[in-house]
Design a protein around this ligand. Structure first.
Ligand SMILES: C[S@@+](CC[C@H](N)C(=O)[O-])C[C@H]1O[C@@H](n2cnc3c(N)ncnc32)[C@H](O)[C@@H]1O
Length: 314
């Protein structure tokens, strides 16, 4: 066995948004399947790469002779390994069969994510394994599915909120005050009210009646961005899923941060077209990412949007 660390990181592209990742990674890279390996070097700003669903943080390459040897290399490091195969599927399946299985069951919500590391691996050719024990996403291969509710919520948008909250390992509890901006038709409000939170939904049009009727839900018909923090008062959580130009959202969030009225934020940043590293939307994403103790991610349930998350871990 011949194993070598790779001095860099591997970005796993999101299917359908490969051009976005390529637009961000202007440096030289080695591409295999959905994976983009970029060497660490001065001038590479790895913190400004957002269009991926997982970063392989400690990649290594290992040559192996047999399926058993490949599995033993991985098992010798840790328990959890998610395959990201793009070729040699049969050989990959044989290796998978020799590794501890990962549950593919849809998760309930709330679900407390275990602390154990989730690694990722692929086959570059029949005798070359590329893997990383540590990845940016806690989900296998960046994927999480939920046992959803087909009756209650009026839209499927609640799935991205559930995913963000599971990632944070924290969610609003009974009685906590939540502002849900851009709330209609009411998927997020429904998810929050189910947790027992007090939800103030703000939108230009009302959420569906059955959501409005849930205990703890109230509604203001208003442009969310012309409501100042002092108009609303302290809230435990601020959620925003408004469709708007990113700089408008940033300006509003800055007011909230300055007010000190809220410590937990989950906001979607809606994008238009591929990222233009010199354009205002991309610049705004970078400004969001630079806010202390926060991150910008592309959730598995996000479409053409990113999610900014800032949650008080104290
Ligand atoms: C993607 S939808 C939100 C979906 C919602 N999170 C859910 O779970 O059902 C975006 C919403 O933003 C609202 N919206 C757009 N501009 C707004 C603004 N300036 N203030 C408040 N709401 C706005 C739209 O009316 C629309 O209902």
């Amino acid at each position: 066995m011949n194993s070598r660390p790779l001095k860099g990181r591997i970005y796993q592209a999101i299917r359908g948004f490969e051009d976005h990742l390529e637009g961000e990674l202007t440096v030289r890279k080695e591409v295999f399947g959905p994976l983009y390996y970029v060497e660490d070097r001065p001038g590479l700003d790895g913190e400004s790469v957002f269009w991926h669903n997982n970063i392989w943080l400690e990649p290594f390459r290992a040559e192996f002779d047999s399926v058993a040897e490949a599995a033993s290399i991985l098992r010798g490091i840790q328990r959890n390994w998610a395959p990201v195969l793009f070729t040699l599927f049969r050989r990959g399946a044989l290796i998978m069969a020799k590794l501890p299985s990962l549950s593919e069951k849809p998760r309930p919500f709330p679900w407390l994510l275990p602390d154990a590391l989730m690694g990722a691996w692929t086959l570059q050719d029949a005798h070359t394994l590329v893997a990383s024990p540590r990845c940016s996403s806690p989900f296998p291969g960046g994927v999480i599915t939920f046992a959803g509710d087909r009756e209650g919520p009026p839209s499927r948008a609640y799935l991205k909120l559930w995913e963000a909250l599971v990632r944070c390992r924290k969610w609003p509890g009974p009685g906590e005050r939540c502002l849900d901006a851009g709330a209609s038709p009411g998927g997020w409000t429904w998810a929050l009210a189910r947790l027992g939170a007090e939800v103030l939904a703000v939108d230009r049009s009302p959420p569906e009646g059955r959501v409005l009727a849930m205990p703890g839900v109230s509604f203001i018909r208003h442009d969310a961005f012309t409501l100042r923090p002092e108009d609303i008062g302290p809230v435990d959580w601020l959620f925003c899923d408004v469709i708007c130009y990113p700089p408008r959202l940033f300006e509003w969030i800055e007011k909230w941060l300055r007010s000190g009225f809220c410590r937990n934020y989950i906001c979607t940043i809606k994008m238009q077209g591929p990222p233009d590293p010199s354009g205002p939307a991309f610049e705004t994403v970078r400004r969001f990412a630079a806010i202390s103790c926060s991150q910008v991610v592309h959730l598995y349930h996000n479409k053409h949007e990113l999610t900014w998350i800032k949650v008080d871990s104290g």
